[in-house]
Design a protein around this ligand. Sequence first.
Ligand code: FO1
Length: 305
Amino acid sequence: MKRVAVLTGGVGGAKLVLGLQHMAQPVEISAIVNTADDFRHLGLHVSPDIDTLLYTLSGKANRAQGWGREGESWAFLAALRELGGEDWFALGDSDLALHVLRSARLGSGEALSTITGDFAAKWRITAKVLPMTDDRVATWLDTDVGPLEFQRYFVEQRCAPKVSRIEFRGADSARAAPGVVEAILGADVVLIAPSNPYLSVDPILVVPGIGKALRASAARVIAVSPLVGGKAVKGPTAKLMGELGIAVDNDAIAAHYARLIDGLLVDNGDPVTPGKIAIGRTDTLMTTIEDRVRVAEAALALASE
Ligand code: FO1
């Protein structure tokens, strides 16, 4: 069975992984997930991108929202508000169980990767869901309102502040989590999901062992562009690129992943300058499950060109 490793952030990446999971021809999937969005909130360790993967692959995700669970209730948040607790980051009642249990197990010394693997097994998820590292790496953004931790920027400030610099605190001393290097070196294909390259993929690439494994890997590496119709489907990608002085086009995406990727899958309508890498085309907007399967198959087809 073909072994596919996917570097992924949250929403966009989860769609691609779900597509891989629903292909007629099954593949062995290892999702290597960004953990630099993680943060401590109300004494809890929250791992948003891991949670989006777990919810999506177990069919529990709130598809429209892209995070959290379908059919969620909000009694906890309402009670928190009554008591004057911070309610800018919405924690649903069922979602809370995952954060509380993860935090308790981290507190007793368990590794994030162990806990994540256990949750995935409890929810009969067949793909491997691997945090990029068990060490702490945190995305911080220098903005026109000062330095912001990722969730403060993304949720509390709704991506409004102008970003001048992005840093991944702790990255250079972070070690790849167990199974990550093996998944990359053992992969027939490595896919970079259509997550935000600058906020969700870069934190994975800067973990020393992971960059090294990608360079050593014999696998074809294919990125799926996060741009559809010349703009980002969701989230701040296009706005961020503008603020960082990067042209919002696929040439910039290809340049960002230069020397790492063998091919780039772009949306049918979007221009890209032919260069050294192979270019694949499909309708990359993923709304239905068929869309997700189509993009997954197109990415694997590009890898085998
Ligand atoms: N994103 C929001 O825009 N608003 C929220 O209130 C929110 C709560 C939340 C709770 C748990 C969780 O795992 C994710 C949550 N997210 C929320 C998404 C989170 O900000 C992610 O980091 C983004 O999806 C980007 O990866």
